[in-house]
Design a binder for this molecule. Structure first.
Ligand SMILES: Cc1cc2nc3c(=O)[nH]c(=O)nc-3n(C[C@H](O)[C@H](O)[C@H](O)COP(=O)(O)OP(=O)(O)OC[C@H]3O[C@@H](n4cnc5c(N)ncnc54)[C@H](O)[C@@H]3O)c2cc1C
Length: 325
């Protein structure tokens, strides 16, 4: 039986699995078909990928900066060059933007090297037996001595409800949605920017995928994210009217920049139900050595990938030094 089963291959799951692998046998299970969680990429073809979740790393803490520096040196990550504009369309002097060499799940892939990852398996039920966990997906059963869950708060809570203390069940964690539209454009001109943050009622962020220098193409590729207000309005109904909402966002984009709407082709519309947490908790992770259950994820500490990484590191230090009874 394996020592640790980690549920989720996002940055929290990839980080904790990577830290534990030196001393324990590890398995990762994820419901998605690829790895990366909210840092996943969407492939248009062999060459072209969109970062449709996490846009860039922008480290704040000393230890995350140090870690990313190591990843830059190893050429897993690189600096996203070019003009990053704010809504006034003036150059924005902001901290560095760091991205994956090929896609923003490159870091997850690196951390999960040589770790057994099972995709397309949604865990729907967990049962603590005498000294191990039994995990149920629709068609399979998995077993592990210890279990680590790394889903967004509501999903983690729903799965592990029976085994969590009141303190965790009663946390007030609000996670906001986001709608992302991926577009391909028959090029009229190269964009004079890499990204723009907007103060618009529909579109809040535009990323020019070509500016990441990962491929060469005669077409332009765009990742658009919608504003919080628009995302909240649309998240529960977009699936039934994908074409309507895709066209609404596309039209707004073409009007904004005077582009020919006919040159823009919709590649994908994706809704993230739990994209960013709106608040922090006063915890950094959860670990019960009694039943071998851990939880980590961005929502403990904030609304970005750095928080997911920090939470996983905190959990690792707790597992290494179990509380004395
Ligand atoms: C659109 C968008 C843009 C963002 N932009 C940025 C940015 O620019 N910079 C930044 O720092 N952060 C950004 N973020 C936030 C960042 O992506 C997250 O903070 C980080 O990726 C969270 O990692 P995590 O491991 O905690 O969770 P997740 O990445 O959500 O990982 C959870 C994993 O669990 C899996 N899972 C869920 N339920 C089950 C189940 N029942 N069984 C099996 N597997 C399951 C999921 O498939 C997923 O892979 C963005 C997020 C979104 C959505």
């Amino acid at each position: 039986m394996i020592d640790f089963c980690v549920l989720g291959s996002g940055l929290a799951g990839s980080t904790i699995a990577n830290l534990l692998k030196a001393n324990y046998s590890i398995q990762i299970i994820d419901k998605a078909k690829g790895i990366g969680g909210r840092a996943s990429t969407k492939k248009l073809n062999k060459l072209i990928k969109f970062d449709h979740g996490l846009q860039y790393f922008s480290p704040k803490s000393r230890i995350f900066k140090k870690f990313l520096k190591k990843m830059l040196k190893k050429k897993i990550l690189k600096i996203w060059e070019g003009k990053h504009l704010d809504f006034s369309l003036k150059n924005k002097l902001e901290s560095e933007k760091i991205i994956g060499i090929k896609g923003n799940n490159d870091l997850n892939k690196y951390l999960l090297k040589k770790i057994d990852v099972i995709n397309n398996q949604e865990i729907i039920k967990i049962i603590r037996k005498k000294n191990f966990w039994e995990l149920h997906s629709k068609n399979n059963l998995y077993y592990a001595r210890n279990l680590i869950i790394t889903f967004p708060y509501v999903q983690s809570k729903n799965l592990a409800k029976k085994y969590l203390p009141n303190k965790l069940l009663k946390l007030n964690v609000k996670m906001s949605p986001n709608i992302t539209l991926l577009l391909k454009e028959k090029r009229s001109t190269l964009a004079p920017f890499s990204s723009i943050k907007l103060n618009d009622d529909i579109i809040s962020w535009i990323s020019y995928e070509n500016s990441k220098n990962r491929f060469r193409s005669n077409e332009n590729y765009w990742t658009l994210q919608t504003s919080l207000k628009y995302s909240m309005k649309v998240i529960n109904k977009y699936k039934k009217k994908k074409s309507y909402y895709s066209n609404q966002i596309k039209r707004k984009f073409s009007n904004m920049f005077g582009l020919n709407n006919l040159n823009l082709k919709i590649f994908k519309l994706h809704g993230w139900k739990y994209s960013f947490s709106e608040n922090k908790t006063d915890l950094d992770c959860y670990w019960s050595s009694k039943i071998g259950l851990g939880i980590c994820g961005d929502w403990f500490l904030g609304a970005n990938a750095e928080s997911a990484w920090l939470s996983a590191n905190k959990l690792y230090s707790k597992i290494k030094n179990p509380p004395k009874v």
